[in-house]
Design a protein around this ligand. Structure first.
Ligand SMILES: Nc1ncnc2c1ncn2[C@@H]1O[C@H](COP(=O)(O)OP(=O)(O)OP(=O)(O)O)[C@@H](O)[C@H]1O
Length: 263
């Protein structure tokens, strides 16, 4: 199951999704190519996680077409999932397992030998400064330690396509630097990364293509420089505010504070 050089790794055609009467995705067309780091952004409730869930095959009722590695994911063949890594927004780790147990279990699920998974996990944990916690239960881990374990679990099998949903929450500034560099190097080696986050300055720096979703539609698609050229505003945060029609943060904050101060 290989993908030709010029064929998209990921392609969405007229993707639509409703929950009851609510139209969450309203015709998403998108081709993502090898080596791209897509910054997938949008306001709360815009439909980012829904798109990712559909691409992971977790949400089956949708309209339109989703192709990953050149194949329609609705064809019943789930082999494509072996080449995908995923860091979910809310870390669901097996708290009662040690990191060693969890990571070797995930590694084996992805088809690695126990010893290979174990050795890779030990070395990756060490780089994140977690070697001493390897045999401790995950329930004793801090938020950042859990997040690092989850990042490692998503990469053990060297996936070609990586979905990251708010992956750096809880990571300290040094670890964020390492992780950003890891993503850049993975992309340079031809991995494709779909990065969903609300931390605009990180998205601005790591993505080579930014997709802004609003109201279930793509309202901007391009490099940060492209977005800057098409909008008057400077930072990605400001472009985000502008394209989502938001200019009332001061008024809302004043109202919030005045309610807090009511006696
Ligand atoms: N299982 C579900 N049942 C009903 N509605 C849902 C379900 N999942 C998501 N939604 C609705 O779909 C919309 C999009 O949700 P989604 O989680 O995709 O947004 P998001 O862009 O990831 O938001 P956030 O930035 O807050 O994580 C929301 O209005 C949400 O309430």
């Amino acid at each position: 199951m290989s993908t030709a050089a010029n064929e998209p790794i990921l392609s969405l055609e007229g993707l639509g999704k409703s929950y009851g009467a609510k139209r969450v995705l309203d015709g998403i067309d998108l081709n993502v190519y090898k080596g791209q780091i897509i910054g997938y952004i949008g306001p709360n409730g815009a439909g980012k996680s829904t798109t990712v869930k559909i691409m992971l095959g977790l949400e089956q009722s949708y309209s339109g077409r989703v192709k990953i590695f050149g194949r329609d994911i609705s064809d019943g063949n789930v082999e494509y999932k072996q080449r995908i890594g995923y860091v979910p927004e809310i870390a669901e780790l097996y708290d009662n397992l040690t990191a060693h147990e969890y990571l070797t279990f995930i590694g084996e699920l992805y088809g690695l030998d126990f010893d290979v998974a174990n050795q890779k996990a030990i070395r990756l944990m060490k780089i994140f400064g977690l070697e001493e916690a390897y045999h401790s239960r995950i329930s004793s881990f801090s938020k950042g330690m859990k997040q690092k374990t989850l990042i490692i679990s998503s990469l053990l099998h060297n996936p070609d396509l990586l979905f990251l949903d708010e992956p750096i929450g809880g990571l300290d500034a040094n670890s964020v630097m390492v992780f950003k560099e890891v993503l850049a190097q993975l992309a340079a080696q031809g991995k494709t990364i779909f990065y969903s986050s609300h931390i605009m300055d990180v998205v601005e720096k790591i993505s080579n293509r930014i997709i802004l979703l609003n109201g279930g539609q793509i309202v901007a698609d391009g490099s940060f420089e492209d977005l800057q050229a098409h909008n008057q505003e400077g930072t990605l945060e400001e472009i985000f505010n502008q394209l989502t029609g938001f200019d009332e943060h001061k008024g809302l904050a004043e109202e919030f504070v005045s309610i807090v101060q009511e006696s």
